[in-house]
Design a protein around this ligand. Structure first.
Ligand code: NAI
Length: 413
């Protein structure tokens, strides 16, 4: 694969990429396709001690959720430019420390959207057909052949709470299955296909045969579905929670299932979840008929792993090749155009008054012609990118590093 940027960046052979925790091969292939050659991979997470000993010459590190990148680790990684979290969250990284060191942190929040949406459709059908009970009985040797309480999903009302990436994808798939789709979101979201927006959550709960939750964990969604909400739902309806464990009051759901108010539930996320695979797990929803319990695997598919590998590695490659930081949780996000007939200076500084004017004065004193200038700041730091005339690069790196409040400067040739 050719790479238009391969001559622009710091020589690729000098850039060390360290990938931990068995990150999908799609990431390795992507780096190789973009001419990175120094790629080290490990299947396990590293301890802080191992990180402190081995990050001296690492420019990019890829982790999943188990490796903790602390302030101490960041401070001991002098060449580190980017951290790729090949997963959904970024809690395992000290984001404040990374910000103050000008280290860009990426993750992949939406690579598993489709995987979650497919499981929602599958569970809707399984629960409407009362499959968990019939499956259990068949395994036990009982032939539970009847049509009792079994329904098609065609023509049933599916109510989606939270019409973001996953909710809207569920909407499209559900409509194709013949559902009549309704949704409620606190933001004004446009309907996909023929879905109908409703004005209140109460209305959605009252009309839906199946309610599926796709909201984030925020103070406003904590116990969003409590006893009162469950009582508002149609008698004999179904609840799906593949969002976050804090959203549903589990004892209230157990009671509603036992009383028959709710006829079935699919639950993938819990208020307390075991840390790792194979650990024992308890919930009050165990051993209730017509309940599908899954261990937070809504987004866990081979395709999602592939997509995450490709997505996060692409973000890291773009960071190295042209300074783009879109999707960053630390350095302010800038989407930069392709660098053409120019050197590109990437300057990260503390967000203090006077830095930009000092940079501009410096460039004018050096008689440097600026072809393009891009700036974004956040609460703590600023990221300024300058495309300058090809002729004028000498001395600039040293001079830029002398600018007051500079955190780091990089040049793409
Ligand atoms: P998103 O951020 O794209 O969408 C969330 C939507 O919820 C937004 O449209 C927002 O306006 C809306 N919202 C927020 N508060 C609300 C409220 N009180 N009432 C109604 N709507 C509200 O998020 P995305 O990617 O669709 O993810 C949804 C949830 O699914 C998240 O909690 C995420 O953590 C979870 N998730 C679970 C997975 C699993 O393995 N089970 C995998 C991936 C995501």
């Amino acid at each position: 694969m050719t790479d238009a940027n391969q001559d622009l960046s710091y020589p690729k052979k000098n850039i060390k990429v360290l990938l931990l925790e068995g990150i999908h091969q799609s990431a390795v292939e992507n780096f190789k396709d973009h001419h990175f050659v120094n790629i080290e991979t490990h299947d396990v997470a590293w301890s802080e001690e191992e990180l402190l000993e081995n990050l001296e010459d690492v420019h990019l590190i890829g982790i999943r959720s188990k490796t903790q990148i602390t302030e101490k680790v960041i401070k001991n990684a002098p060449k580190l430019k980017g951290i790729g979290c090949f997963c959904i969250g970024t809690n395992q990284v000290d984001l404040k420390a990374a910000t103050m060191d000008g280290v860009t942190v990426f993750n992949s929040p939406y690579s598993n959207t489709r995987s979650v949406a497919e499981l929602v459709i599958a569970e809707s059908i399984m629960l409407m057909r009362r499959i968990p009970l019939r499956d259990k009985k068949a395994h036990e040797g009982t032939w539970l052949k009847d049509a009792k309480d079994s329904y098609e999903v065609r023509g049933k009302k599916l109510g989606i709470i939270g019409y973001g990436h996953i909710g809207s994808q569920v909407s499209v798939l559900a409509e194709n299955m013949g559902f009549d789709v309704y949704y409620y979101d606190i933001e004004p979201k446009l309907p996909m296909g023929n879905a109908t927006r409703v004005e209140s959550m109460d209305e959605l709960l009252q009309i839906s045969d199946i309610v599926t939750l796709h909201v984030p964990a925020t103070p406003s969604t904590e116990l969003l579905i409590d006893a009162e909400a469950l009582n508002q739902m149609k008698e004999g309806s179904i609840l799906l929670n593949l969002s976050r464990g804090s959203v549903v009051d589990i004892p209230a759901l157990r009671d509603a299932l036992k009383s028959g108010q709710i006829a079935g539930a699919g639950v993938d996320v819990y208020p307390q979840e075991p840390e790792s695979k194979g650990e024992s797990f308890k919930t009050e929803l165990q051993n209730i008929p017509n309940v599908i319990l899954t261990p937070h695997i809504g987004g866990s598919t081979i395709e999602a792993q592939y997509n995450i590998g490709k997505d996060v590695s692409t973000k890291l490659i773009n960071l190295i090749d042209n300074g783009t930081t879109v999707g960053s949780h630390t350095v302010p996000p800038l989407n930069l155009p392709v660098q053409k007939d120019a050197h590109r200076i990437l300057h990260v500084h503390e967000n203090k008054p006077g830095v930009l004017s000092e940079i501009n004065n410096l460039l004018s004193e050096m008689d440097i012609n600026i072809l393009g200038q891009y700036l974004k700041t956040n609460e703590y730091i600023g990221y300024v990118v300058l495309d300058i005339d090809k002729e004028s690069v000498e001395r600039i790196l040293d001079e830029m590093n002398k600018v007051k409040h500079t955190i780091r400067t990089r040049i793409l040739y």
